[in-house]
Design a protein around this ligand. Structure first.
Ligand code: ADP
Ligand code: ZN
Length: 720
């Protein structure tokens, strides 16, 4: 006899191996995708009805679900996506679901306050307060007590009295509409013929496709993909635009608003919990049509998703390095595939992966050849620091100083770029050689002079500024080595005493508002020289900025990891793109000790394509991604012996297989991080080998010791 069809598999947002079975009350139709509340142990938990095959526990032994929540079901494509991400990253599906249910409170309908309106024909003794209340409510709208009190300028007591007297009656209040429909019909700017051709191609995409949209900064990529956004909105679909978190500037959101008449729904780590709850629910209910967010927005319940755009697709910020380790750009492509919808990857410096996919025809490729209008690309020149070494404790070479001077005289703005926060990256005792190191990490303590402390940039450990060497006790022997932006600002102030100088770095900006204000001062030309970290590299548009000086172009090459060149090129090209974006031509001076390095050469020739090809050739020879696959295994534990034993055990248990190479274990570059000792193994596979199958077989055979942890990083982008 078959059992009645009321067995449900429910996936819970917990790191469990799979869905759990529950029973649905007879007669209740519960469909896959519906959000339900179920008992687990001695509590209740919200989960999603999954479509996994039912387990074998007898139906009579299953606990019944407690409630079906009042929400549209999670779309089939979104469910398949969760399964897919889990399988790809070797994570439990529930851990991925947890990212999709990141705002537990959003699953409940928002509590509505009781609202009141003036009861028809009500007669009460008139007082000034009552008259004001009656006037306020003359529009017939129902309002909560607090709102009536504020609106009429009376105490809440006066309002409640009227409720008691029956002059105010309770009435249903329409839920406030928080997200208004974007107006896709508003005209954008008149596109150039090149832009028009690209926009037409993007607009007409139907079904699954991936298109690389490349073109220099300022070529109009954003304007062009806005056209695709408008087309998808017109078809009644939801649209998701992913951006690196720091590129989600107020300036950028303003542009969005200008184009579509309303602000998009925004999703990133700074959004307040209350706003997150409203946003999640508005997305699930289909009220929010246009979502702009950082990588985690990919897991929002977008039931009618019709287009995904990944802007700055090359950016490393799309990689989540903790918990479920995934790359949002790659997963966006997967989501588009599962949903049968188009995906656009936009960048001025495409990643090697994306460029290779485009070259091999897996992705479509559209290109905007030049800057919009009369804006020209800046000239990029290398400054050979061997020929122009700066003075002691100074970092600006003579040619760069001269250029800043000229720019000041011309009444234009300069940007000095140094990708290092703080005052100095290392403090050392001249007498005994002691160096201030973080006790929890393999890292130096970075001096932040303006905040009077030393900080570890990895774990946040802080120390007060020392007045004597903790090792030899000598006073006045401590020296700061190397520059951070704060120190560079000191030098700039000394060099250009009349210039208005400001620093932009994430630790100095207390709030998104502070950033907006700084950007505003820069736009209004209240700043002559802006000194900044990578925060300044993205998204901003400063019409009077005509000089960009890269203070230490070699900085990112030092680590020497697989992607050092690619990342450095992308970052510096992005920074260079800040110069001369309006009428005046810009110039870029790059200070480097290795001007013949391929990255520096490519920068000065402005040749993205050539750089990508040369870099791809290197990778191809080495069988490295995108011409082979990698997975990193990071083993860690508070105890160094446990770490090395586990790492060794893993290495010796690695199954031998043709086309698979296991490297390591080796101490990780950050051998100690937040108090955990770390070792790394690297798996390299040739094409055609299923990385996940191999990893599952291997890792399943070696038990993880207590206290130890293993993180699997498929397609790693950093190697720390
Ligand atoms: P990208 O995204 O490639 O950096 P944007 O789309 O931001 O380029 O365009 C750069 C600047 O030029 C923006 O201020 C944009 O509004 C403007 N722009 C681009 N195309 C046009 C156009 N066809 N008409 C008017 N302004 C344009
Ligand atoms: Zn630390």
């Amino acid at each position: 006899m078959t059992e009645p069809d009321t067995r449900l598999a429910v996936l819970l947002p917990l790191p469990l191996a799979g869905a759990y079975d529950y029973a649905a009350p007879a007669g209740l139709m519960v469909r896959p995708g519906q959000y339900v509340r179920v008992p687990l142990g001695n509590r209740y938990l919200e989960g999603v009805v999954w479509d996994s095959p039912p387990g074998s526990v007898a139906l009579t032994k299953l606990k019944p679900i407690q409630a079906v929540l009042d929400l549209p079901p999670m779309a089939e494509a979104a469910r398949r996506f969760i399964d897919w991400v889990a399988a790809y990253t070797l994570s439990p599906p529930g851990a991925v679901l947890k990212m999709a249910l990141s705002v537990q409170e959003a699953l409940e309908p928002p509590k509505r306050q009781a609202a009141y309106r003036w009861a028809e024909g009500a007669e009460v003794k008139p007082t000034p307060a009552r008259k004001r209340i009656q006037e306020l409510l003359a529009d017939g709208l129902a309002r909560p007590v607090s709102e009536i009190a504020v609106g009429a300028g009376v105490g809440a007591g006066a309002v409640r009295d009227l409720v008691k007297l029956g002059a105010l009656t309770q009435a249903p209040q329409a839920p406030p509409r928080l997200f208004h429909a974007p107006d896709w019909g508003r005209p954008g700017p008149t596109l150039s013929p090149d832009q028009q051709a690209v926009a037409a191609e993007l607009r007409q995409a139907e079904g699954y496709s991936v298109t690389l949209l490349d073109g220099v900064t300022g070529s109009g990529k954003t304007e062009v993909y806005f056209e695709a956004v408008a087309a998808a909105l017109q078809k009644g679909r939801q649209v998701l635009v992913l951006l690196p978190e720091i590129a989600l500037s107020a300036q950028w959101l303003e542009r969005f608003k200008a184009r579509f008449g309303v602000a998009p729904a925004v999703w990133h780590s700074e959004v307040t919990p209350a706003r997150r709850r409203d946003t999640w629910r508005a997305v699930a209910e289909g009220q929010a049509r246009l979502v702009v967010g950082a990588r985690s927005a990919l897991f929002l319940p977008l039931a009618e998703l019709g287009l995904i755009i990944v802007d700055e697709e090359h950016d490393q910020a799309f990689k989540q390095e903790e918990g479920v380790i995934y790359h949002a750009r790659d997963m966006a492509v997967v989501r588009a595939h599962l949903g049968g919808i188009p995906c656009i990857l936009a960048s001025a410096t495409p990643s090697l992966e994306t460029a290779a996919n485009a070259r091999q025809g897996r992705y479509k490729h559209v290109h905007l050849p030049s800057r919009h209008g009369s804006a020209e690309l800046p000239d990029v020149k290398r400054i050979d620091m061997r020929k122009f070494p700066p003075q002691r404790h100074a970092w600006l070479s003579e040619p760069l100083v001269r250029a800043v001077d000229e720019t000041l005289k011309a009444g234009e703005q300069s940007l000095l770029f140094l990708n290092r926060r703080g005052y100095a990256p290392l403090t050392l005792c001249r007498s005994c050689g002691y160096r201030f190191q973080c006790p929890n990490c393999t890292a130096w303590m970075v001096e932040h002079r303006s905040q009077h402390k030393l900080v570890c940039h990895h774990c946040g450990h802080t120390l007060p500024p020392p007045d004597a060497c903790p090792s030899c006790g000598e006073k006045e022997t401590l020296v700061a080595l190397g520059p951070g932006v704060e120190r560079l600002a000191e030098e700039a102030v000394a060099r250009f005493p009349d210039a208005r100088i400001e620093v932009m770095a994430s630790d100095l900006m207390e709030s998104p508002r502070a950033i907006t204000e700084l950007v505003g001062r820069m736009e209004r030309h209240e700043i002559d020289i802006l000194i900044g970290t990578q925060m300044v590299a993205k998204g901003h548009h400063f019409p009077q900025l005509t000089l960009v000086g890269v203070v230490d172009a070699d900085l990112g090459l030092a680590g020497g990891d697989l992607r050092a060149s690619e990342k450095t090129f992308q970052l510096l090209w992005q920074v260079a793109g800040r110069a001369g974006r309006a009428l005046k031509k810009g110039r870029v001076l790059v200070q480097t000790w290795q001007p013949e390095h391929p990255v520096m050469a490519a920068l000065s020739h402005g040749d993205v394509e050539r750089f990508l090809e040369a870099e791809a050739e290197e990778r191809r020879k080495a069988g490295m991604p995108p011409f082979g696959r990698l997975a990193g295994l990071i083993v860690s534990s508070p105890d160094p012996a446990t770490t090395s034993r586990y790492a060794q055990a893993l290495a010796s248990a690695a199954p031998r297989q043709e086309g698979v190479e296991v490297l390591g274990p080796a101490p990780a570059p950050l051998a100690l991080l937040r108090g955990r000792h770390r070792a790394r193994l690297l798996v390299k596979t040739a094409f055609g080998i299923k990385m996940q199958t191999y990893l599952r077989r291997w890792l399943g055979a070696v038990p993880c010791p207590k206290q130890a942890r293993i993180q699997v990083d498929v397609d790693p982008v950093s190697f720390y």
